[in-house]
Design a protein around this ligand. Structure first.
Ligand code: C5P
Length: 213
């Protein structure tokens, strides 16, 4: 069982994906963390995230240690990630890892939940269930501000809103694997729905798909 959850930053897909994975005993992969690790490696090497050589090198030599680095969740890492993610070579270098995770979930788990931007369209077009989670840019920027403040940093709403919009724009308009719902994806808008309601809806769909036909 493969569950693909796509959507823009801070729409709630990570929380939903983790809860579904816990509930059904499936493995969970946050595919964005791979692009973030590449972005962070480039920044740490003192290079610009839109430097193709640096990004390609970092994606070929993915430093798994960075996946647990506290700076992975920083706003500037997310911005760097969306720049390296626009490069087809970087995407190609990260594809096999994601596909292997989905087809052979670690720990012999009976399923995998992957979240990202192109899981339903490119990484796992054969997924059993595809969800596309959205929310308005304002709601997502507000959530991002609260997350940043919870980590003890200050966050300026207008600045975060501008980052959210710029990142959406880059993710939706890149030529390779742009963020978009797969044709067979179910769209869920979390602007007005709370996470419990979204989880119950999604869990019911997974249970339905798990029933023998
Ligand atoms: O989901 P998260 O905000 O951590 O992702 C960071 C960036 O990585 C996104 O803005 C996007 O550009 C890129 N990404 C992607 N494809 C994915 C997951 C993330 O291009 N499957």
């Amino acid at each position: 069982m493969i569950i693909a959850i796509d959507g823009p930053a801070a729409a709630g897909k990570g929380t939903l994906a983790r809860r579904l994975a816990d509930h059904f005993g499936f493995a969970y992969l946050d595919t964005g963390s791979l692009y973030r690790a590449v972005g962070l490696a480039v920044l740490r090497a003192g290079k610009k995230p839109d430097d193709p050589n640096a990004a390609q090198y970092a994606s070929l030599n993915l430093d798994r240690g960075l996946l647990r680095d506290p700076d992975l969740r920083e706003e500037r890492t997310g911005i760097a990630a969306s720049k390296v993610a626009a490069m087809p070579e970087v995407r190609a270098n990260l594809l096999e890892f994601q596909r292997n995770f989905a087809s052979q979930p670690p720990g012999g788990k009976p399923g995998a939940v992957l979240d990202g931007r192109d899981v339903g369209t490119v990484v796992c077009p054969q997924a059993n269930l595809k969800l596309f989670i959205t929310a308005s840019p304002e709601v997502r920027a507000k959530r991002r501000c609260l997350e940043i403040q919870a980590r003890g940093h200050t966050a300026e709403f207008e600045e975060i809103l501008a980052d959210v919009r710029a990142r959406d724009d880059r993710d939706m308009n890149r030529a390779d694997a742009p963020m978009k719902p797969a044709e067979d994806a179910l769209l869920l808008d979390t602007s007005e729905l709370d996470i419990d309601a979204v989880f119950l809806r999604a869990a019911a769909l997974v249970t339905e798909r798990l029933k023998p036909q």
